[in-house]
Design a protein around this ligand. Structure first.
Ligand code: F0G
Length: 355
């Protein structure tokens, strides 16, 4: 029986040598590519979701963290730092523990989902809540790593992109070729950069016969790339992508333009509606930010802009348990309250309308 060994062992020949001298892994990658008939029906396309919440810490960040942390360990680093809206910090904390390193995480004041905060704390990171937003945290983290003996493990670290590009490899390996369209959320824009790099590499050596269009979606209140200028006070319920000045802005535009794709925005209501479709129709529970790719796809389909029968892959980036509160709200905004019932089978059967 074959057990998935993590992306460095599985795709090592496609990764730089320096990530392989001291491998730090938790078995990341090898995530399910799930057919989504409910989304195919709604869009007229052939839709799959790449369920990145199935990574060891519950988000796609683990793919880049195994490579960044392995490279750091190979250089003998003792400490790492990251700025994060939550998932990067959870991942960095877990991989630093595994590597025996100290981990410092800078998170914005408030607006971090509880699941992610608990992960960073559980894995023993030094958690500093910065008086500012994510963009301020990233500026500070970069500076800290420049001046002090601490390695930066945000996606501006090229080793992060190397690891994350393996998600494209997995998609092509599973489908036998690249999809026509790949949709995903865009925040700091590392992931769209990484997917595009992966697809490009597979197409260059003929493993894939063509390249997909990259369709990136930002939250409307945090959509600098769509607007064409940084957003000073980004706001969205999708806290993971509450980012006003993405570090990989230029690379995201390159992925969009070279692929003939697009980067557009979706409102919080559209994100929450897609979140419900994923939970209630597809069977995949994600955190709100993760639903923005699906929200975008549904929006384009409603506008008649998704080619019939096209093969579409949508990355859902993080697990629903990271930020579960959104499932306990009805579409009109009221709280879901569990129905109370007596502990006897007849009351339960009656409540269910069973005869
Ligand atoms: N989805 C989730 C769940 C995320 O956590 C992030 C980014 C994104 C999408 C966007 O990916 O930044 O590569 O464009 N989270 C970072 C963090 C910023 O700190 O965890 P991106």
């Amino acid at each position: 029986a074959h057990q998935w060994r993590g992306i460095i062992h599985e795709y090592g020949e496609r990764l730089p040598d320096h990530v392989r001298t001291h491998v730090v892994t938790l078995g990341e990658g090898g995530t399910p590519l799930v057919a989504a008939p409910a989304l195919s029906q709604r869009t007229g396309a052939d839709v799959y979701v790449k369920v990145e919440g199935m990574n060891p810490t519950g988000s796609f960040k683990d793919r880049g963290m195994t490579t960044a942390m392995s490279a750091a360990a190979g250089r003998g680093a003792k400490a790492v730092v990251c700025a994060s809206t939550g998932n990067t910090s959870a991942s960095a904390a877990a991989y630093a523990t595994r590597a025996g390193m100290t981990c410092v995480v800078l998170v914005p004041d408030g607006k971090i989902a509880m699941g992610k905060l608990s992960q960073a704390v559980a894995h023993g990171a030094r958690l500093l809540q910065v008086d500012g937003n994510f963009d301020d945290c990233l500026v500070a983290a970069r500076k800290l790593a420049e001046v002090y003996p601490v390695e930066l493990v945000n996606s501006v670290n090229p080793d992060r992109i190397e690891g994350q590009k393996t998600a494209s490899f997995e998609v092509v390996d599973a489908l036998g070729d690249a999809p026509e369209i790949h949709a995903l959320p865009v925040g700091n824009a590392g992931n769209i950069t990484a997917y595009w790099k992966g697809y490009t590499e597979y197409a260059a050596d003929g493993t894939a016969s063509h390249l997909p269009q990259m369709w990136g979606f930002q939250a409307a209140g945090a959509a600098p790339i769509v607007l064409g200028h940084p957003v000073d006070a980004p706001e969205t319920i999708a806290t993971a992508i509450r980012i006003g000045n993405p570090a990989s802005w230029a690379q995201a535009e390159a992925a969009r333009d070279e692929s003939g794709g697009l980067i557009e925005s979706v409102t919080d209501d559209e994100i929450l509606a897609a979140h419900r479709v994923l939970s209630a129709e597809v069977g995949v529970f994600v955190e709100p930010a993760s639903a923005s790719g699906v929200a975008g796809l549904l929006k384009k389909a409603e506008a008649g802009l998704v080619p019939a029968g096209a093969r579409v892959v949508v990355t859902v980036t993080g697990h629903g348990l990271k930020d579960p509160q959104w499932a306990l709200r009805t579409p009109d905004g009221s709280d879901v309250v569990p129905e109370r019932i007596g502990a006897d089978v007849y009351s339960i059967a009656a409540a269910l309308g069973l005869e």
